[in-house]
Design a protein around this ligand. Sequence first.
Ligand SMILES: [Zn+2]
Ligand SMILES: [Zn+2]
Length: 500
Amino acid sequence: MKQFVQAFKEAGGWLFTSSSPPSKSETVPITSYDSHLNTSSNTPFNPNPELQEHLYGREWLLEELPFNLEIIQEHIAAGCVTLSPAICIDNKRPCCVRCGNVTPYLFSSYDCARCMKRCHYCRQCLTMGVVKQCSSLVTWTGPPPIIPSYEDETLCRWKGTLSDAQADASHSLLKAVRDSKDFLIWAVCGAGKTEVLFQAIEKLLANGKRTAIATPRTDVVIELLPRLQKAFPSVPISALYGGSTERIPGAPFVIATTHQLLRFKAYFDAIIIDEVDAFPFHHDPMLLYAVKKALKPSSPTIYLTATPTGELKKRFLSHRLNGVKIPRRYHGHPLPVPKSVWAGNWRKQIKNGRLSKTFLDWLKERVELQRPIFIFVPSVEVLRQLTRLLNEYVKAGAASVHAEDPERHQKVADFRKGTIRILVTTTILERGVTVPFADAAVFGADDHVFNESALVQISGRIGRDSRDPGGDIIFFHFGVTLEMVKARTHIMDMNKEGGV
Ligand SMILES: [Zn+2]
Ligand SMILES: [Zn+2]
C-alpha cells in the first residue's frame, strides 16, 4: 500500500479515500499509471461487486469515483482496474481519450495547481467535468459481472401485429444482429420502426447481451422510455440524458442521448442509433467516437432513419451496408404530401405586426375544426414575434417551445393533452413528437434551416394515427426553394415505392 500511495503522490492526480462525497482534504495525489503491480500472496482475488458494477464497461475520471483508496489499489494490483492518461500527447499535439478531440483550438492550457505544470485540458467535453493532462481515466479490466439471463422468459410483451413490411424488416434485422453486421432501417416517418426493433432486442437481452438505443435528442429518449418499459416490463431499462432520474446502474438495456455514451467503454453488444441523420449527430465526430467506444469490438451498429444522409444512402445503395427500406406507414395509408402556399414577405410582415391572409385563413379554419396545430418556424426570434401575433389574432391560444425553454417537456405534454391548441416551435420538435389529429404548417419554409430532411421530418408528424391518416401540412413561403421541391419529391417517391 505504501508503495502505491507514494507512487501516486508524485503524479499529481487525486483519489478519494472514503466513499463520502469528494472534498479536498480527503484526496491523495496520484502518480503512476502502472496498474499491474504484483500482489505478494497467491490467494484468489475476489473483486468488490459494487466497484465491479460501477466500473465495468464505463470510463470514469479517477476523481469521480466514490470508492476509497485501499479498494482501488487492491484492484489495480490484482489487474482488475486500469488507469490510463486522459489526455495523450501525440507529435506534441494533445488528444482527449474520453471524447476523441484532436482539434488544437478545442484545448486550452493553464498553470495547474495539481501537477504544478502547464497542463492542457479538453474544452470539447467540458460539460461532463474537466479532463486535464494530469487526469486519469479508470476502467475495469477484471472479470465481467454476471448479468441476469432471461433465456426462459418471454421478454417482449407487446401485443400488436407487424405489417408485412415491418415483419420483413424485423426478420432481416434479427439476422444481422445474429451475424454481428451493421444494418440500416430506412423507414418513412410513421412506419413503426420502434416495433421493428422488438424481436432483435428481445433476442439480444435473452442472450445476456447489453443493448442501447441512442438518439441525439432528449425528447426522443423521453418519448421512447415508457413505450419500451411497456414492451419489456421485466427488463431494467436505464434512461440517460442530462437531468434524467431513471438511471439504473448495470442495466442491460439503455436508452440514452448520444452524448451519454461517452461515459461507456466496450460495454454494449449492439447499439441502435435512432434518427441517425439528426442534428447534431452527423456533423459531430465526437458522437461517432462515443458510439464506437461504447461498443464492444465487432459488435453491430443499427441505424434508423427516415432521411438517411448522403453517405449512409451511398453505402446502402452500393450494398456496402446491409439494410431494408420501409416505404409505407404501418397503417398502409400514404404520407400526406405537403402543399406550398405563398405568404408574401413574412419576415417584414411579422416585424410590422401583420400576418398574411393565406396563413390566417388556414389557421382559423383548422382552429374551427378543433385540430391541434404545430407551427414550425426558422428561429427563436420569429418564434417570439409570431406567438405574440397569434395570441392577438387567433383566440385559440398559442404557446411556444424552443431548445432552451425550461418548460419544454411540460408544454409538449400539454399540447398532447389538448390544453395547448397551437404550438409554435423551432425545428427542435421536428422528430420524435407525435400528436394524433394534428395539422402542421411551416412558417417561412423558404428559410435555409429548412432543408429537405427537416421538411420531410416535419411532414412526417402528420397523419400517423390510423384514425386520421390525412391531415394538412402546408409550407408557407416567400418563394419556393429547391429543398422544398426535394422534400415533396422525396415524399411522393416513397408513396410510389410503397404502392400507395
Ligand atoms: Zn474531451
Ligand atoms: Zn495538471
